[in-house]
Design a protein around this ligand. Structure first.
Ligand code: ITT
Length: 198
């Protein structure tokens, strides 16, 4: 079975991709499993550039088909912040809880109807021929007034899906994996990965 390297150090993303890319005939592997420890400065100014940067660097050092994900949360009342800075929004070493607290503090006093937000996910896949394919997905929702739920990662405890009235962190992984920004981008990524095997 060919290997597919998930070029990420985020355990939440790895958990989700193991399910989202199941059954494609790839053996999913991670940088530590391949003995690779790249430190990449995400120097791009778009999700696309950062995803491509991560995929290309890891594909070069692993010589494997490689998938990278650059994602983020865009909050309308904050003019799209934290956006591509979502991971580093509260400083390099901040925990998910600290990031969530900072975001809630910035939204203090903002009423429900103005708390609209969107999760974005851009996947870059680099195959054996070195060409990068890009797949995008998004998911619209609202920012809660307080965190709820223990599932998922990152900003999931404060991202409410209006159609369910629940936060992403209150939903089981199977449901998040049907509706999330990453799920949507992955539907396209599955097609790309299938093509690369032919
Ligand atoms: P890699 O670059 O190693 O993949 P990262 O966490 O630094 O890991 P990003 O630069 O793409 O990845 O940052 C995305 C951040 O956006 C992530 O750290 C979360 O805080 C947030 N995020 C992305 N997808 C999310 C999701 O499905 N649920 C909650 N938060 C999410």
């Amino acid at each position: 079975m060919p290997k597919l390297l998930l070029a990420t150090s985020n355990p939440g993303k790895i958990r989700e991709y193991r399910l989202l890319l199941d059954g494609l005939g790839y053996l999913i592997t991670t940088p530590p499993e391949e003995g690779i420890a790249e430190v990449i400065a995400e120097s791009g100014s778009t999700y696309e550039q950062n995803a491509q940067l991560k995929a290309v660097v890891y594909a070069r050092s692993s010589r494997l088909t490689t998938l990278a994900d650059d994602s983020g949360l865009e909050v309308d009342a904050l003019n799209g912040e934290p956006g591509i800075q979502s991971a580093r929004f509260a400083g390099e070493a901040a925990t998910d809880t600290e990031k969530v607290s900072l975001l809630l503090a910035k939204l203090q006093g903002v009423p429900w109807e103005r708390r609209t937000a969107c999760f974005k996910c851009v996947i870059a896949i680099v195959g054996p021929r070195g060409r990068a394919e890009i797949c995008r997905g998004e998911c619209h929702g609202m920012i809660a007034f307080e965190p709820k739920g223990k599932n998922g990662f990152g900003y999931d405890p404060i991202f409410v899906l209006p159609e369910t009235g629940k936060t992403m962190a209150e939903l089981p992984a199977e449901i998040k994996n049907q509706i999330s920004h990453r799920a949507r981008a992955s539907q396209k990524a599955r097609q790309v990965l299938q093509q690369l095997r032919i």
